[in-house]
Write a protein that binds this ligand. Structure first.
Ligand code: UT7
Length: 326
């Protein structure tokens, strides 16, 4: 076994910004409600002609630049997303080709908002096992295209963006531990009913907007707080570390109240937590790598820091990875 490190990181968010006041014009909501219940102030939404792959491409370009590498130097490309460019082929294959990488491994992973946490575990395992020397791992979403814009309960929550890391074989190992989980017994808690092989697509489904995100917010909220705590504890135990060893926690950005509650029950000081939900809303699989990219760019993350990445979402799914920054 070899070690793995993050050699480069980058992110991209679309230019169009939709703030809470704009949403007040659409339906019966208010900046006060959205801010106090979620911590969100703005979200970035992709243009109609901008796909998930377009955002992934730009984030990957920036990560390659920060690693001082060419796409051809990377052995495999992974895109974590719930809304790929097409049902098939994989968005990762399209992104790799557009970056100029030829004949490389490329595949997508769909674990909803926990996508990047699962992806980091899978990609790191491939590098540590010596299967690949370098992997480009991208979390990218355009959930603004999947929300029901008549449903104030979900339309205000989601934003678009992409974050990418270049994982590279290394003498020292950054990957200290991971804990992943799922419970598929109630997919309808957070799902899109139409468009898959169970229900297909029909005029009847389209008429009742069954091709849009449905979420039972209260149930998901409780689950999210519990699993953030459980996964963080379990991943730290696997890494033989304690909460006191953690320098920075980078959680999935779904709701500021979820993050605050989890930090409180974990007994960790809030200042150790990276929060950018006010700017981007919930960008699903992109939220953790965007937050990482911003934290690295601002100098908040330094060599030797112990980081916990933690996420939760549809599936239901959850997970945490403990990482030592080099
Ligand atoms: O990333 C994947 C994982 N996702 C999550 O973790 C999200 C988890 N859930 C949540 O973050 C919260 O449940 C929400 C932010 C979605 C909702 O907050 P809540 O405090 O659970 O509100 P609620 O759904 O219980 O709704 C409370 C009230 C309702 O009105 P009544 O029935 O009390 O009259 C809603 O109709 O707030 C109303 N409401 C709104 N009011 C103004 C719901 N959405 C809005 C809105 N503006 N946008």
């Amino acid at each position: 076994m070899t070690g793995v490190k993050i050699a480069g990181v980058g992110h991209y968010t679309p230019d169009e910004i939709v703030d809470n006041f704009e949403l007040e014009k659409w339906f019966d909501t208010s900046d006060e409600w959205i801010t106090s219940r979620t911590g969100m102030k703005r979200r970035h939404w992709a243009r109609k002609d901008q796909s998930t792959g377009d955002l992934a491409l730009e984030a990957a370009r920036r990560a390659l630049e920060s690693a001082k590498l060419q796409a051809q130097d990377v052995d495999a490309f992974i895109v974590c997303t719930v809304y790929p460019d097409y049902l098939f082929p994989a968005t990762a294959a399209i992104v790799a080709s557009r970056l100029g990488a030829r004949d490389k491994a490329a595949f997508d992973m769909e674990i909803a908002c926990t996508g990047f946490i699962y992806g980091l575990t899978v990609a790191s395992s491939m590098v540590r096992a010596g299967v690949y020397k370098r992997v480009c791992l991208i979390g990218a979403e355009t959930l603004s295209k999947l929300v029901n814009k008549d449903d104030r309960g979900t339309a205000v929550l989601f934003g678009d963006g992409a974050g990418a890391v270049i994982l590279e074989a290394s003498e020292k190992d950054s990957f200290l531990g991971s804990d992943l989980g799922s419970d598929g017994s109630k997919p309808e808690l957070l799902f899109i009913e139409a468009g898959g092989s169970r229900n297909g697509m029909s005029h009847e489904l389209l008429d009742r907007k069954a091709d849009r995100i449905v979420m039972h917010g209260k149930e998901v909220f409780k689950f999210a707080v519990n699993k953030m705590i459980q996964a963080t504890d379990a991943a730290l135990a696997k890494a033989n570390l304690t909460k006191a060893d953690v320098d920075v926690l980078i959680p999935h950005q779904a709701n500021k109240r979820i993050i605050d509650s989890a930090m409180k029950y974990l007994g960790m000081p809030p200042e150790k937590c990276v929060v950018n939900i006010h700017e981007y809303g919930n960008t699903s699989a992109a939220s953790v790598p965007i937050a990482l990219s911003e934290a690295v760019a601002s100098g908040r993350i330094q060599p030797g820091n112990v980081i916990v990445f933690v996420g939760f979402g549809g599936g239901l799914s959850w997970g945490a990875v403990v990482w030592k920054w080099q």
